[in-house]
Design a protein. Sequence first.
Length: 251
Amino acid sequence: MTNAELTERLRAHVIAFRHLQRERGLLRHLGLPGVDAFCLPALPRELHFQQAYFTDAGALASALPALEDFYRGQGVPAWRVLVLPGQSEGGRVLGGAGYRPDEHLSDAMGLVLAEAPDVPPSIPLEAPDTQEDLVAVNVATYGDWGGTVEVWNRPPRLPVHTRVAREAGRALACGFAMDLGDTTGMYMVATVPEARGRGLASEVMRGLLAGARARGMAASVLQATPQGVGMYRRLGYRDLGGWVSWAYRAG
Protein backbone atom coordinates (compact mmCIF):
# COMPACT_ATOMS: atom_id res chain seq x y z
CA MET A 1 0.00 0.00 0.00
CA THR A 2 1.52 3.31 -1.09
CA ASN A 3 1.80 6.49 0.96
CA ALA A 4 -0.64 8.15 -1.44
CA GLU A 5 -3.21 5.43 -0.76
CA LEU A 6 -2.76 5.77 2.98
CA THR A 7 -3.06 9.56 2.68
CA GLU A 8 -6.37 9.24 0.86
CA ARG A 9 -7.63 6.83 3.52
CA LEU A 10 -6.65 9.32 6.22
CA ARG A 11 -8.43 12.16 4.41
CA ALA A 12 -11.63 10.08 4.22
CA HIS A 13 -11.22 9.13 7.86
CA VAL A 14 -10.80 12.70 9.11
CA ILE A 15 -13.94 13.74 7.23
CA ALA A 16 -15.84 10.81 8.76
CA PHE A 17 -14.62 11.83 12.22
CA ARG A 18 -15.80 15.39 11.64
CA HIS A 19 -19.19 14.06 10.61
CA LEU A 20 -19.32 12.11 13.86
CA GLN A 21 -18.72 15.38 15.71
CA ARG A 22 -21.46 16.99 13.62
CA GLU A 23 -23.91 14.23 14.53
CA ARG A 24 -23.19 14.94 18.19
CA GLY A 25 -24.45 18.48 17.68
CA LEU A 26 -21.13 20.30 17.48
CA LEU A 27 -20.19 21.14 13.93
CA ARG A 28 -21.91 22.64 10.90
CA HIS A 29 -21.16 21.11 7.50
CA LEU A 30 -21.12 22.32 3.91
CA GLY A 31 -20.89 19.58 1.31
CA LEU A 32 -19.94 20.54 -2.24
CA PRO A 33 -18.64 18.41 -5.14
CA GLY A 34 -15.15 17.40 -4.06
CA VAL A 35 -15.18 19.67 -0.99
CA ASP A 36 -16.23 19.17 2.65
CA ALA A 37 -16.20 22.14 5.00
CA PHE A 38 -16.85 22.12 8.75
CA CYS A 39 -17.19 24.90 11.28
CA LEU A 40 -17.97 25.39 14.94
CA PRO A 41 -19.81 28.71 15.39
CA ALA A 42 -19.69 28.33 19.18
CA LEU A 43 -15.89 28.81 19.03
CA PRO A 44 -15.54 31.07 15.99
CA ARG A 45 -11.91 32.02 16.58
CA GLU A 46 -10.60 28.48 17.05
CA LEU A 47 -9.22 27.68 13.61
CA HIS A 48 -8.84 24.02 14.51
CA PHE A 49 -12.60 23.63 14.10
CA GLN A 50 -13.02 25.79 10.98
CA GLN A 51 -11.55 23.53 8.32
CA ALA A 52 -12.25 22.40 4.77
CA TYR A 53 -10.91 19.47 2.75
CA PHE A 54 -10.86 18.96 -1.02
CA THR A 55 -10.17 16.21 -3.53
CA ASP A 56 -8.77 18.20 -6.48
CA ALA A 57 -7.86 21.76 -7.37
CA GLY A 58 -10.68 22.18 -9.89
CA ALA A 59 -13.33 21.30 -7.32
CA LEU A 60 -11.66 23.64 -4.82
CA ALA A 61 -11.57 26.58 -7.23
CA SER A 62 -15.27 26.15 -8.02
CA ALA A 63 -16.16 25.95 -4.32
CA LEU A 64 -14.26 28.98 -2.99
CA PRO A 65 -17.11 31.55 -3.26
CA ALA A 66 -19.58 29.19 -1.52
CA LEU A 67 -16.94 28.37 1.07
CA GLU A 68 -16.52 32.03 1.97
CA ASP A 69 -20.29 32.53 2.15
CA PHE A 70 -20.59 29.52 4.44
CA TYR A 71 -18.02 30.66 6.99
CA ARG A 72 -19.06 34.31 6.92
CA GLY A 73 -22.68 33.25 7.35
CA GLN A 74 -21.74 31.30 10.48
CA GLY A 75 -19.99 34.33 11.97
CA VAL A 76 -16.54 32.76 11.62
CA PRO A 77 -13.82 35.35 10.85
CA ALA A 78 -11.10 32.96 9.68
CA TRP A 79 -10.90 29.41 8.36
CA ARG A 80 -8.47 26.91 6.90
CA VAL A 81 -8.28 24.68 3.86
CA LEU A 82 -6.04 21.65 4.26
CA VAL A 83 -3.55 20.91 1.47
CA LEU A 84 -2.29 17.34 1.54
CA PRO A 85 0.90 15.96 -0.03
CA GLY A 86 0.33 15.76 -3.78
CA GLN A 87 -2.17 18.65 -3.80
CA SER A 88 0.28 21.44 -4.63
CA GLU A 89 -2.02 22.81 -7.35
CA GLY A 90 -4.59 23.42 -4.63
CA GLY A 91 -2.05 25.58 -2.83
CA ARG A 92 -1.64 27.70 -5.94
CA VAL A 93 -5.42 28.10 -6.21
CA LEU A 94 -5.64 29.19 -2.59
CA GLY A 95 -2.72 31.60 -2.88
CA GLY A 96 -4.39 33.29 -5.82
CA ALA A 97 -7.58 33.72 -3.79
CA GLY A 98 -5.90 35.45 -0.85
CA TYR A 99 -5.25 32.45 1.39
CA ARG A 100 -1.86 32.19 3.10
CA PRO A 101 0.03 29.16 4.45
CA ASP A 102 -0.57 28.97 8.17
CA GLU A 103 1.11 25.94 9.76
CA HIS A 104 1.24 22.17 9.83
CA LEU A 105 -1.75 21.08 11.87
CA SER A 106 -0.28 17.65 12.44
CA ASP A 107 1.89 14.96 10.96
CA ALA A 108 -0.06 12.42 8.94
CA MET A 109 0.90 8.81 9.60
CA GLY A 110 -0.19 5.43 8.26
CA LEU A 111 0.41 1.78 9.02
CA VAL A 112 -0.13 -1.35 6.93
CA LEU A 113 -0.97 -3.92 9.59
CA ALA A 114 0.59 -6.83 7.69
CA GLU A 115 3.93 -4.98 7.65
CA ALA A 116 4.09 -4.28 11.40
CA PRO A 117 4.91 -6.72 14.20
CA ASP A 118 1.91 -7.98 16.15
CA VAL A 119 2.92 -7.08 19.71
CA PRO A 120 0.09 -7.35 22.24
CA PRO A 121 -0.14 -4.93 25.17
CA SER A 122 1.87 -5.94 28.23
CA ILE A 123 -0.65 -4.55 30.72
CA PRO A 124 -4.39 -5.16 31.18
CA LEU A 125 -6.58 -2.75 29.23
CA GLU A 126 -10.29 -2.14 29.60
CA ALA A 127 -12.80 -1.86 26.75
CA PRO A 128 -15.52 0.32 28.34
CA ASP A 129 -19.01 0.74 26.93
CA THR A 130 -19.04 4.47 27.67
CA GLN A 131 -16.57 7.28 26.98
CA GLU A 132 -16.48 8.74 30.50
CA ASP A 133 -12.89 7.71 31.16
CA LEU A 134 -11.75 8.80 27.72
CA VAL A 135 -13.35 12.21 28.20
CA ALA A 136 -11.83 12.62 31.67
CA VAL A 137 -8.32 11.76 30.46
CA ASN A 138 -8.52 14.06 27.43
CA VAL A 139 -9.87 16.96 29.49
CA ALA A 140 -7.07 16.48 32.03
CA THR A 141 -4.54 16.40 29.20
CA TYR A 142 -5.75 19.03 26.75
CA GLY A 143 -8.57 20.96 28.44
CA ASP A 144 -12.27 20.91 27.63
CA TRP A 145 -12.20 23.17 24.54
CA GLY A 146 -15.47 24.80 25.48
CA GLY A 147 -17.23 21.51 26.06
CA THR A 148 -16.20 19.94 22.78
CA VAL A 149 -14.65 16.93 24.54
CA GLU A 150 -17.57 16.23 26.89
CA VAL A 151 -19.82 15.83 23.86
CA TRP A 152 -18.52 12.28 23.43
CA ASN A 153 -20.48 11.30 26.55
CA ARG A 154 -23.79 12.03 24.83
CA PRO A 155 -25.93 9.10 23.69
CA PRO A 156 -26.18 7.11 21.53
CA ARG A 157 -23.11 4.96 22.06
CA LEU A 158 -20.22 5.90 19.83
CA PRO A 159 -19.44 3.46 16.97
CA VAL A 160 -15.84 3.15 18.14
CA HIS A 161 -13.52 0.74 19.96
CA THR A 162 -12.10 2.28 23.15
CA ARG A 163 -9.19 1.10 25.29
CA VAL A 164 -8.29 2.46 28.74
CA ALA A 165 -5.24 1.87 30.94
CA ARG A 166 -6.21 2.13 34.60
CA GLU A 167 -4.24 2.07 37.84
CA ALA A 168 -5.68 1.98 41.35
CA GLY A 169 -9.11 2.59 39.88
CA ARG A 170 -8.12 5.71 37.94
CA ALA A 171 -7.96 5.99 34.15
CA LEU A 172 -4.47 7.17 33.15
CA ALA A 173 -4.36 6.69 29.37
CA CYS A 174 -6.87 6.01 26.64
CA GLY A 175 -7.75 6.16 22.97
CA PHE A 176 -10.30 4.88 20.50
CA ALA A 177 -10.31 3.35 17.03
CA MET A 178 -12.96 4.12 14.42
CA ASP A 179 -13.30 1.84 11.40
CA LEU A 180 -14.04 2.97 7.86
CA GLY A 181 -13.99 0.17 5.32
CA ASP A 182 -10.86 -1.89 6.00
CA THR A 183 -9.00 1.00 7.65
CA THR A 184 -9.11 2.01 11.29
CA GLY A 185 -8.33 5.53 12.47
CA MET A 186 -6.85 6.28 15.88
CA TYR A 187 -8.27 9.22 17.85
CA MET A 188 -8.24 10.83 21.31
CA VAL A 189 -5.06 9.02 22.38
CA ALA A 190 -3.92 10.73 25.57
CA THR A 191 -2.14 10.21 28.90
CA VAL A 192 -2.76 12.34 31.98
CA PRO A 193 0.26 14.61 32.61
CA GLU A 194 1.40 12.96 35.84
CA ALA A 195 1.57 9.51 34.20
CA ARG A 196 3.58 10.44 31.11
CA GLY A 197 6.89 8.77 30.37
CA ARG A 198 5.70 5.31 31.42
CA GLY A 199 4.76 4.03 27.97
CA LEU A 200 1.03 3.87 28.74
CA ALA A 201 -0.03 5.46 25.44
CA SER A 202 2.04 2.83 23.59
CA GLU A 203 0.24 0.09 25.50
CA VAL A 204 -3.13 1.61 24.61
CA MET A 205 -2.08 1.75 20.96
CA ARG A 206 -0.99 -1.90 21.02
CA GLY A 207 -4.39 -2.79 22.40
CA LEU A 208 -6.15 -0.77 19.70
CA LEU A 209 -4.03 -2.35 16.96
CA ALA A 210 -4.66 -5.84 18.32
CA GLY A 211 -8.37 -5.15 18.17
CA ALA A 212 -8.05 -3.83 14.62
CA ARG A 213 -6.33 -7.02 13.52
CA ALA A 214 -9.03 -9.12 15.17
CA ARG A 215 -11.67 -7.16 13.20
CA GLY A 216 -9.85 -7.81 9.92
CA MET A 217 -8.59 -4.28 9.33
CA ALA A 218 -5.84 -3.87 6.73
CA ALA A 219 -4.46 -0.45 7.66
CA SER A 220 -4.43 2.22 10.35
CA VAL A 221 -4.16 5.99 9.95
CA LEU A 222 -3.84 8.92 12.33
CA GLN A 223 -2.74 12.51 12.79
CA ALA A 224 0.07 12.80 15.33
CA THR A 225 1.00 15.60 17.65
CA PRO A 226 4.72 16.46 17.70
CA GLN A 227 4.98 14.70 21.07
CA GLY A 228 3.48 11.50 19.68
CA VAL A 229 5.37 11.09 16.41
CA GLY A 230 8.24 9.09 17.93
CA MET A 231 5.87 6.66 19.63
CA TYR A 232 3.95 6.01 16.43
CA ARG A 233 7.14 5.46 14.47
CA ARG A 234 8.24 2.86 17.00
CA LEU A 235 4.91 1.10 16.49
CA GLY A 236 5.58 0.91 12.75
CA TYR A 237 3.69 3.91 11.39
CA ARG A 238 5.05 5.67 8.32
CA ASP A 239 5.35 9.43 8.01
CA LEU A 240 2.96 10.54 5.26
CA GLY A 241 4.00 14.19 5.29
CA GLY A 242 2.60 17.27 6.97
CA TRP A 243 -0.83 18.60 6.06
CA VAL A 244 -0.36 22.29 5.29
CA SER A 245 -3.20 24.58 6.30
CA TRP A 246 -3.96 27.63 4.18
CA ALA A 247 -5.84 30.24 6.17
CA TYR A 248 -8.20 32.98 5.02
CA ARG A 249 -8.97 35.83 7.39
CA ALA A 250 -12.03 37.81 6.41
CA GLY A 251 -11.47 41.56 6.37
